[in-house]
Write a protein that binds this ligand. Structure first.
Ligand SMILES: Cc1cc2nc3c(=O)[nH]c(=O)nc-3n(C[C@H](O)[C@H](O)[C@H](O)COP(=O)(O)OP(=O)(O)OC[C@H]3O[C@@H](n4cnc5c(N)ncnc54)[C@H](O)[C@@H]3O)c2cc1C
Length: 326
């Protein structure tokens, strides 16, 4: 199938449900960093059926694919992404159903994690208050077991629905996902070929005022520590408690003298040294190469001074430029 035929087929699938298909789409438009070269083909889908069909067309054409949530934890290379990028906007959220002394909630993987946290708090459901400041979709939250302020997805997730190319549907229990600190069988590659379509949660019945109060309190804390500007949240995971005497990544980066350090259009935040920013008048000056250079520098200095090997939380995607991997 030629590229034109692929695009024509994709359009016939997604446009009826409000999706779009574009060629040579700059990924900088679809990442919170505002960085990233072009995707060969970009398709935005708004329902589960279109998602499956688009994946199948890509597979039939032998094209690589990348599933995009909100692009809030990725650094896309300046050379862009070969094949099809599929942005999953299938985001329906079901009604809360009583389940013993808890409630059960079903949502599609393209739903906003922060949006769901706020909506459930307003309904007086407890369990997701810590997630109200985390950007991204539920699909991305599964991949990294997203978490904050002592909570993480594993605390409330019951199961996920997934499929792989060819339609092999599987419901997977949360216990089968290897959810750990900012990682899962998805990040470890065991489930890397599977696409998450739906999630089931168990939440507690509670009081809306208390839940919304907790969100406001955590929002205030986040405002105090998080910098403004285009970024992808924490660049590195915090080292394990027994490494670096329990010091977090931001402290190590600060100690090696990199607070505010700049390479090209990328800068380590003055406010929070585990946040790297795309700076410049419009927040769009950095290349992926600039960010990678800053990441490499921080890792090198921390390894030399503390003997600690910082692990990236942010995922590199696509090509750096000139065909090199990012
Ligand atoms: C300002 C800021 C603050 C942040 N704060 C936090 C925080 O407090 N805690 C935290 O944990 N994270 C935080 N993050 C990181 C980020 O928000 C989370 O990692 C989030 O869960 C990523 O979701 P996403 O939809 O943006 O994923 P993307 O970045 O779009 O994708 C990430 C990975 O998930 C895969 N993926 C996405 N959807 C699916 C799917 N349906 N099926 C299979 N694979 C899929 C992608 O292919 C990719 O490999 C922050 C980011 C920013 C920008």
């Amino acid at each position: 199938m030629s590229a034109t035929q692929v695009v024509t087929r994709l359009r016939s699938i997604v446009e009826a449900t409000g999706g779009v298909v574009r060629e040579h789409e700059p990924m900088a438009r679809h990442t919170t960093f505002g960085i990233g070269g072009p995707a060969d083909v970009y398709a935005r889908v708004h329902d589960r059926d279109a998602l499956r069909r688009v994946v199948q067309v890509g597979a039939d054409a032998g094209l690589p694919r990348f599933i995009l949530g909100s692009g809030s934890n990725i650094l896309v290379g300046d050379g862009g992404i070969r094949g099809i990028v599929i942005e999953n906007k299938a985001n329906a959220v079901g009604d809360a159903e009583p389940d013993g002394d808890q409630v059960r909630l079903h949502a599609e993987a393209g739903a906003s994690f922060a949006g769901l946290a706020r909506a459930t708090a307003r309904q007086g459901l407890r369990g997701l208050e810590w997630a109200a400041g985390i950007p991204g979709t539920l699909g991305g939250a599964v991949v990294y077991n997203a978490g904050a302020y002592g909570g993480c997805l594993a605390d409330v997730l019951i199961s996920i629905d997934t499929f792989a190319t060819g339609g092999d549907d599987q419901r997977l229990d949360a216990t089968a996902l290897g959810l750990a600190y900012r990682s899962s069988e998805f990040t470890r590659g065991q489930l890397g070929d599977r696409i998450i379509t739906d999630l089931d949660f168990a939440l507690e019945l509670g009081d809306a005022d208390a839940a919304l109060g907790r969100i406001a309190e955590l929002e205030e804390r986040r405002k105090m520590s998080a910098p403004r500007g285009r970024n992808a949240g924490s660049i590195f995971k915090n080292p394990a408690a027994d490494a670096a005497d329990g010091h977090p990544a931001w402290w190590l980066i600060d100690q090696v003298g990199l607070r505010g350090h700049r390479v090209g259009g990328a800068q380590i935040s003055e406010k929070h040294t585990n946040y790297f920013l795309n700076v410049g008048p419009r927040g769009d000056e950095a290349s992926a190469r600039d960010v990678v250079a800053l990441i490499d520098l921080a890792r090198l200095r921390v390894r030399e001074q503390f003997g600690v090997d910082l692990q990236r939380e942010v995922t590199y995607v696509g090509e750096q430029g000139g065909g090199e991997p990012a």
